[in-house]
Design a protein around this ligand. Sequence first.
Ligand code: GLU
Length: 608
Amino acid sequence: MPRLRLRLATMTAVLALGVTSGAIANPAFADPRQIDKTATATGYDGAVSTVDPEASAAAIEVLRKGGNAVDAAVAAAATLGVTEPYSAGIGGGGYFVFYNAKTGKVSTIDGRETAPAAMSHDAFIDPKTGKPYNFTPELVTSGVSVGVPGTAATWERALERWGTLSLGDALQPAIKVATRGFVVDPTFRQQTLDNKLRFQAFSSTSQLFLRGGDAPAVGSIFQNHDLAATYRLLAKQGTSAFYSGPLAEEIAATVQAPPKTSSTTLPVPVGHMTAADLAAYETVDQAPTHVDYRGLDVYGMAPSSSGGTTVGEALNILDGFNLSEMSKPAALHHYLEASALAFADRAKYVGDPAFIDVPTAALTDPLFGKERACRIDPLHAATKPVAPGDVSAYDGVCPASAAAPAREKDTENISTTNMTVADKWGNVVEYTLTIEQTGGSGIVVPGRGFLLNNELTDFSAVYNAADPNRIDPGKRPRSSMSPTIILKDGAPFLALGSPGGSTIITTVLQTILNRVDLGMSISDAIAAPRASQRNTASVTAEPDFIATYGSQLTPYGHKFTPSGDAFTSAAEIGAATAIEFRDDGLMIAAAEPVRRGGGSAMVLEPSR
Ligand code: GLU
């Protein structure tokens, strides 16, 4: 069931619900808190789309003062660390994609969390039983799943490469929001409730996020002075204050000995991160992936994320089919089949390229896509899982037989957040950041105001030397994050991305197809019901998708399972953001109208 959307038009309405903080001097007229949300905003000179109005407002404030898209993206991301602390923050990692209007080039930063040096191959085996830890509750709420965070380093690197502001200046809007507080909406309350048992397991976390054992009330004001102080520290000293010194020591100590409450029954396996792991962390400047889809240049995130190769391969597979001429069910059938094939190759070939020889060029080669397209029967869904292709020998000609299918357990969750930002110079940022599960590991670093990630759960739990996503010390777990920038005739046409674990890939792919092939506006493309075929026997789909297309797709042989998982009360897939660019400089910023409580699109100069 989609979550309730907060519709509070005025601060008076907020006051009627009860403000719990004493920090407001004259709230009725002076309160700067952003609560109104618009899913689509159209205009000029700069645009932003995020899941949250405070974050979008932070980006607009920076753009208005003359900052560029990178400055604004960092300001918005830091603000999301305040208002979306269960999805993203400096305790996590992410992938930053940038279109540079000056050079016409797309570049990326890989800020993925990294396994500590002492992480052994059997780190996810319970030493007491010799058997793998259960995913829930053992692994998700643990020190052993915490990767060395990359987000602060990503912000610093992005600003250093392309920004005009210092990190200190870019953090100011977030410091303001953390200090004055934001208005708790139903999504924040629900996410807190979903995590209550985990948050109660740690003194630091319950102190920060619970109020007398309950989640903060809708309409109350949530301040995070600890995070404001941590941001101030980074503003003053740079990220060296995160990756070395007392804060680094505290992060390592928290991972090694999580601050468990005496009453919790959760097992909480400890981790092995050290201050030396933090000191050794580095972001990676990466070339993006690239495919040509119907004359559009589609740039994505290269491994360690599987986003760019998997979205790219699926587009290459579909490039040979004229989806716009097909009936809607036929086009969707092709979408589902292409996605399954690309996921088979993702499982077989993609991992951290620092450890694995990832065939990125082959996976995004149009010839490989053409050969994989041979596996699509226009009238019948293939039996899943489908087999991976052979990247070592392909020529675009349909092969006679297929290799053994890959079987993979998907344990990625549906957290994370995404943003799209553009400035008046034509620069564009697409940035997906996460602490993995909603609520990450559940562990707040005491007194520092942020949650640690549980990103290492993205590794395959049981070591297998042939698995590209096997655990190795110092390695980055395979991600699905798919920040994507699409150029048309060398200029930005569309930038988009989404949260949602491995459904990120299908959400981005489906949204591109909706816009490019099925003739939807970008807002409709985002709002449309979603289905996710990740090479499994049954397609995970939103109830609306099943209601609308289920009966037309079952004759092909597709089976459907309604979306939703054991961890959250939401049945939605993804929470996308996008900006579409028109030739005359018009920008259409689009966010979710309903999912995750609805997102927030803003432009600098609205069109009349
Ligand atoms: N861990 C996921 C990934 O890197 C992101 C988390 C999510 O979206 O739920 O792909």
